[in-house]
Design a binder for this molecule. Structure first.
Ligand SMILES: C[S@@+](CC[C@H](N)C(=O)[O-])C[C@H]1O[C@@H](n2cnc3c(N)ncnc32)[C@H](O)[C@@H]1O
Length: 328
């Protein structure tokens, strides 16, 4: 038989990957992975514990075995070693599960592409809060792990300081930070009514205040030690104004921390590059674009000690300090 080309193999892999995304998402959403992580069991037992439908679970198990996610031995199925950390453990640095659920949940809205390609009609992501939460858990834990390694920030937060989260979404970073740094107080702002309602419900009875507001309208002055923007700057219509408002909101010497997926400048060769370029299509549907490092550096011109740290998967932590001598 004639050997197939490298491009053929690549295309074939992409189509196989589509089902991989759904297999992982369904295994997470239905609790099949969680159940199999606790002990090996027969498919009948799995159906009974997860209260699912036999023929669906049978089909899922056959596919999950074929995809190497679970293993079958002596009539029992179990989660392949190492998969628990990657699929279920949100705090694990190798956690990927949320990415799969994000992709599957986002794809539910892709019929809207018809409107984008035909009429240029965009479709806001904030309607899909569940997808956002799945995607950003990884960012949050990567940010918290990084803060804990930073002596200055860790000490500030441990002693008790004030942190502002601009575009806080459902407030889940604030709750995670509050759990680690009990003496600090937190403020989150977001223009989405849906996100704010969810954030207020999870922040109840904690020193976390949630305000319905866009970054462009903030009027805080010399109030915060840390201003955090997690995958929200890309969404702001007037980014420079948001950053100027963040600068003014910070105390002298305060830190801005931006976690954002950033576009590669050139050489689109790695899987990370391919992933973010693919997601750029998803962003186009929402009427947004990812930024480049250069664009972010320009926005942060008035900050000193600006640093870019690669957190992995094209996600960067960009930090800068408010320099007391610069006017905002
Ligand atoms: C991808 S979500 C990230 C949410 C949150 N930071 C997290 O890490 O889970 C982007 C958020 O930015 C918010 N957003 C959009 N435009 C904004 C603006 N102009 N100012 C502040 N937040 C904005 C959206 O409402 C949405 O909640």
């Amino acid at each position: 038989m004639k050997a197939r080309s490298v491009d053929f193999a690549k295309l074939w892999e992409y189509s196989v990957g589509f089902y991989g995304v759904w297999l992982v998402h369904l295994g997470r959403q239905t609790g099949l992975f969680e159940t199999l992580a606790s002990s090996p069991m027969s498919i009948t037992e799995l159906v009974s514990v997860t209260k699912t439908y036999p023929s669906a679970v049978q089909a899922w198990c056959s596919a999950a075995i074929a995809y190497g996610l679970i293993i079958e031995k002596k009539g029992k199925v179990y989660l392949k070693p190492g998969m628990r950390a990657m699929l279920l453990d949100k705090k694990n640095p190798n956690y990927l599960g949320g990415q799969f659920s994000y992709l599957a949940l986002r794809s539910l809205e892709y019929s809207a592409f018809e409107g984008l390609f035909r009429y240029g009609k965009t479709h806001e992501m904030s309607s899909n809060i569940n997808a956002i939460e799945q995607a950003t858990d990884w960012d949050h834990y990567a940010f918290i792990a990084r803060v804990r390694r930073d002596r200055k920030l860790d000490q500030l937060l441990s002693r008790g300081c004030r942190l502002l989260d601009v575009g806080c979404g459902t407030g889940s970073l604030l709750v995670k930070m509050h759990d680690v740094y009990k003496k600090s107080s937190f403020v989150g702002i977001d223009p989405s009514g849906k996100a704010v309602a969810r954030a207020r419900s999870i922040a109840k009875n904690k020193s976390i205040k949630i305000i319905k507001q866009a970054g462009e309208s903030m009027t805080f002055e010399n109030e915060f030690d840390i201003v955090y923007l997690g995958e929200s700057l890309y969404a702001a219509r007037d980014k420079q104004r948001v950053i100027s408002n963040c600068l003014r909101a910070l105390k002298n010497g305060g830190t801005i921390a931006i976690v954002e997926g950033l576009l590669p400048e050139s050489n689109l060769r790695t899987d990370d590059d391919r992933l973010i370029m693919g997601m750029e299509l998803d962003f186009a549907l929402q009427g947004y674009r990812f930024m480049t490092k250069k664009q972010v550096a320009k926005l942060l011109e008035k900050f000193s000690r600006v640093r870019f740290e690669d957190l992995g998967g094209s996600v960067y932590l960009v930090t800068g300090t408010r320099n007391s001598f610069l006017p905002y």
